[in-house]
Design a protein around this ligand. Structure first.
Ligand code: HEC
Length: 204
């Protein structure tokens, strides 16, 4: 709809993504005409701006010590902001410690396991199952020859907990078995060295 109504035709049509339409065959032709129209449009704004000129001067002058009344507003923010940012942004993607880049790409269940682990277990067993002063590193427990070498023992332990040692019963807490299995998948991957510590990504 917009494409047919526009005066500028080619230029606006291109911007709107309507370029391929048969109406305007040549993109090249549409470009030259546009400048004159743009100029004509530009002539319109001045009258609109003019009412602001006379009395608005004191208001506009406040933020700026320098007396430049008419066009003050726009150039003001642009000029000081431009020089600094481009150098910083373009040069080096600043590392964000709070949003580290994903380390591994996991299948959906294992990724969910990571999420569930971080939600339910990490406060005691440490982020990424590396352990804490309160609870053991499950990355070590689930290794071959570790204290929890099988999936069955893992599920039994997590479900029942060790209440006397401070490990809650996750079945009593209502954690679904499917989530316990997902958590196992994640921790087992960590223990086997297939998943690194750090936030993983999810495979589709
Ligand atoms: C409130 C703290 C706490 C939370 C939360 C917690 N655990 Fe534990 N967990 C412990 C403690 C403490 C132990 C060690 C018990 C012991 O000394 O035998 C333990 C032990 C374990 C063990 C046995 C480790 C071994 O080597 O014997 C497994 C497996 C385990 N937890 C899994 C989980 C999972 C999975 C979750 C999350 C669903 C979880 N825990 C959440 C405190 C916690």
């Amino acid at each position: 709809m917009i494409c047919k109504l526009t005066l500028a035709g080619g230029l606006l049509a291109l911007l709107a993504g309507c370029g391929p339409k048969p109406d305007r065959p040549a993109a090249t032709d549409s470009l030259p005409p546009s400048p004159p129209q743009a100029t004509a449009d530009t002539s319109t704004p001045p009258p609109a701006t003019s009412p602001a000129k006379p009395d608005s001067v004191p208001v506009a002058a406040r933020p700026r010590p320098t007396p430049k009344p008419p066009v003050v507003t726009k150039p003001k923010p642009t000029t000081p902001a431009e020089p600094a940012p481009p150098t910083t942004t373009a040069a080096a993607p600043a590392p964000d410690p709070y949003h580290p880049a994903p380390r591994d790409t996991l299948d959906v269940d294992t990724y969910q396991g990571w999420k569930q682990f971080e939600l339910n277990c990490s406060r005691c067993h440490g982020e990424y199952a590396v352990g804490s002063s309160f609870a053991p590193a499950l990355v070590v427990s689930l290794k071959d020859g570790g204290t929890i070498p099988t999936k069955e023992l893992f599920i039994t332990t997590v479900c029942a907990g060790r209440l006397d040692k401070g490990m809650p019963s996750w079945c009593a807490l209502g954690l679904e078995m499917s989530k316990i299995e997902q958590i196992y998948s994640y921790i087992k991957g960590r223990a086997d060295g297939k998943i690194a510590a750090g936030r993983p990504a999810q495979r589709e």
